[in-house]
Design a binder for this molecule. Structure first.
Ligand code: SF4
Length: 99
């Protein structure tokens, strides 16, 4: 099964937010599409599907802030803003090379 990929719009907006220096905060959590979903979906063990988590992220109104928060706080695990850790590693390298 294919999983939803983080949209370029969400990724670009999250990188722009971080570059702006504006605080990311955590007030976005109340509007999260995942707020009533099981946490385990977003923190799968090896081999478990992340399709449901990524589908929620794809329709989440706060995906930009969620991803920015995860990048800013160097979250090592889970799906944030539709991005898995390996996606975020790539983005952190981009942020590092832009600095
Ligand atoms: S982007 Fe995904 S992980 Fe982040 S708050 Fe929204 S649904 Fe939850």
């Amino acid at each position: 099964m294919r999983t939803a990929r983080p949209t370029a719009t969400v990724v670009d907006a999250a990188l722009e937010l971080l570059a702006s220096g504006e605080p990311v905060g955590d007030d976005w959590r109340d509007r999260a599409a995942c707020r009533d979903m099981p946490n385990e979906l977003f923190f799968p063990t090896r081999g478990e599907s992340v399709a449901e988590a990524k589908a929620a992220c794809a329709r989440c109104p706060v995906a930009v802030r969620c991803l920015a928060f995860a990048l800013e706080s160097r979250e090592q695990h889970g799906i944030w803003g539709g991005c898995a850790e390996r996606d975020r590693r790539v983005l952190r390298r981009q942020l590092g090379s832009a600095a």
